[in-house]
Design a protein around this ligand. Structure first.
Ligand SMILES: NC(=O)c1ccc[n+]([C@@H]2O[C@H](COP(=O)([O-])OP(=O)(O)OC[C@H]3O[C@@H](n4cnc5c(N)ncnc54)[C@H](O)[C@@H]3O)[C@@H](O)[C@H]2O)c1
Length: 358
């Protein structure tokens, strides 16, 4: 099928996807059309429509969902709005890309997964890390059996409380819209990534704190995970008030005979040390890009220049639809991450009680 895309939510992330979808179709990198946009604030929708010369700009999501010229819908609204829009899109038989987190609660995320499954529509979630070049290359490096067993992962994720700077809206400070704080809104990426790297989680323990004082919106979360393999991980997720500090992730992975570290979550270099390297070694950003494009089967000359961060996930979503395949990561992957987020909140509510997930 040829995807005909409508985007609901013309805010920060909607703009990234709009750029991605528009750029990919204009360059002929995917066989798709970008046709419609919706935002509660009509002038935002209209500004998107002017840039890409779209057929439809509306303030009414129902009009976009019902439009016969749209068969694929991006849900890019704040989290509390996702469920209703996804259920309506699925009921109308439209394929769906929904931003993470799927919903404020595990029960709602489950309902959304059930809806897309029973409607038989294809689905992808904005767990962008799955299409991160540096993490894809790292994931491949750590499959080397000579490294021995995975022992532990140390993961620090920090950013300024995201109601300022390039976050032009303040809903992340409102638990009724966001569902929680740094754990669900930001570190759902990290918990998902940890299972991608280390497999099934057997149990976890979590503590949360609230420094900034937004009720129900934690700005510090410490999570300790035990994996079925025997490995462990420690995740520290912080929303601080250091206004100029760039958002960052530092990931250190220890095997019996190998150490790997990345301090960028998308492009960037990889440091590592094994018994063969005789000291610390670095794979440069350029080399990482080349390896990534080889693994992904993409032409580096075309994609390195043409694509920004979010358009890789748009490319893989639209390409899968165009080829009548299921895209990745789907809502099933999101549901797995929501189960971990939910368990972490349950543990934190009981002062770090161990939650069994096996
Ligand atoms: N994958 C990522 O790394 C990533 C990054 C940023 C945001 N997100 C997620 O994307 C979603 C949106 O975040 P954002 O930062 O773009 O928010 P935002 O506030 O910048 O934009 C949201 C837009 O949606 C519009 N809107 C709200 N309810 C609507 C409705 N019912 N119908 C139509 N329009 C509606 C608002 O007017 C606004 O323009 C959130 O779930 C967030 O967690 C994901």
């Amino acid at each position: 099928m040829q995807p005909h895309v409508g985007i609901i939510g013309a805010g920060l992330i909607g703009r990234f996807h709009a750029r991605g979808v528009h750029g990919l179709t204009k360059l002929g990198l995917v066989d798709a059309r970008y046709v419609a946009v919706c935002d509660r604030e009509l002038e935002r929708a209209e500004s998107f429509a002017r840039i890409a010369d779209l057929d439809l700009a509306t303030a009414d999501p129902e009009e976009l969902i019902a439009s016969p010229s749209v068969n694929t819908i991006y849900v890019c609204t704040p989290t509390a709005e996702h469920k209703e829009l996804v259920l309506r899109a699925a009921a109308a038989g439209k394929h769906v890309f929904c931003e993470k987190p799927l919903a404020r609660t595990l029960a709602d995320a489950q309902e959304m997964y059930n809806a897309v499954q029973s409607a038989g529509v294809r689905h992808q979630v904005g767990l962008i890390m799955h299409h991160s070049p540096v993490l894809t290359v790292l994931k491949e490096l750590i499959t080397d059996p000579t490294l021995g067993r995975l022992m532990t992962i140390v993961f620090r994720d920090d950013q300024a409380f995201p109601i300022q700077g390039h976050y032009a809206s303040d809903w992340r400070g409102d638990v009724a819209i966001a569902g929680g704080g740094t754990l669900i809104e930001h570190s759902i990426h990290d918990l998902d990534l940890l299972t991608w790297f280390a497999g099934d989680v057997e149990s976890l323990q979590a503590q949360t704190r609230n420094y900034a004082g937004h009720e129900g919106v934690e700005d510090l979360a410490s999570v300790m995970l035990s994996f079925a393999s025997g490995a462990t991980a420690q995740l520290t997720s912080v929303w601080h008030d250091i206004k100029e500090r760039a958002s960052g992730r530092l990931l250190e992975v220890f095997f019996e005979r190998g150490y790997f570290a990345v301090d960028q979550d998308f492009f960037g270099s990889i440091s590592y040390e094994t018994n063969d390297t005789q000291g610390p070694t670095t794979i440069s950003d350029q080399e990482v890009r080349q390896r990534y494009f080889d693994i992904a089967g993409l032409d580096k000359d075309v994609f390195d220049q043409a694509l920004g961060k979010y358009s890789l996930e748009d490319y893989f979503f639209l390409q899968a639809l165009a080829e009548d395949r299921d895209p990745h990561p789907g809502f099933d992957v999101a549901l797995g991450a929501h189960k971990l987020v939910d368990a972490a909140y349950r543990s934190a509510a009981e002062d770090g009680r161990r939650i069994d997930l096996s």
